[in-house]
Design a protein around this ligand. Structure first.
Ligand code: G3H
Length: 183
């Protein structure tokens, strides 16, 4: 069996401020995770001759991958976080206060809700299709370092979870764990 490891980026500075989206660097806690992950990956994949590290095009995933050496790294735009459109850079409290109708519609149907000028979970699921095809095709181990919304969708695909569960899967709490699937 060949492993697929799914992990979120280390905590970012925007995560600390509660801001969604953006392209910030890692917090101190995020840097600790970055180092732990590099140790883990190097140990776990030591005996593998071919493996690759896939990140999004956002700094927080690229930085999280940075201390991992010896494996090729590939950046995928399709692994970028859900695009929050006009809400990018806001906190959930700010959205609730300044755009209460948007906040409520998202709460009602988080799977289908599309941020104005941004994406819905369904959009994210759709854009992940080429990533999933490539993940299935690879014979070597892959470490995917991405974002909460994207990881929820990838996890649901490999763990065979229903569509409606995807936006509600707890991922933040899994930050310190590396989910692993074998195909
Ligand atoms: O910044 C976006 C979050 O990672 C996605 O979380 O879909 O639960 O708001 P959410």
């Amino acid at each position: 069996p060949r492993p697929i490891l799914l992990t979120r980026h280390g905590e970012s500075r925007d995560n600390v401020r509660g801001r969604i989206g953006g392209d910030s660097v890692l917090s101190d806690t995020g840097e600790i995770y970055m180092k732990k992950l590099a140790n883990f990956v190097e140990k776990r994949l030591k005996s593998e001759r071919t493996a690759s590290i896939w990140t999004s095009t956002l700094q927080r995933t690229i930085l999280t991958a940075s201390p991992i050496v010896g494996f090729p790294k590939i950046q995928w735009r399709a692994l970028d976080e859900i695009n929050a459109g006009v809400c990018d850079g806001m906190t959930y409290e700010e959205i609730k206060k300044n755009m209460p109708e948007e906040y409520e519609s998202r709460k009602k149907d988080k799977l289908r809700y599309r941020y104005p000028r941004g994406e819905s979970y369904l959009d994210v699921i759709q854009r992940l299709e080429p990533v999933i095809i490539e993940l299935e095709r690879q014979r070597a181990p892959v470490v995917v370092i991405s974002h909460q919304a994207v990881l929820r969708a990838l996890y649901a695909y490999f763990a065979d979870r229903p569509l409606k569960e995807i936006p509600h899967i707890e991922w933040r709490k899994k930050t310190e764990s590396y989910l692993s699937f074998s195909t």
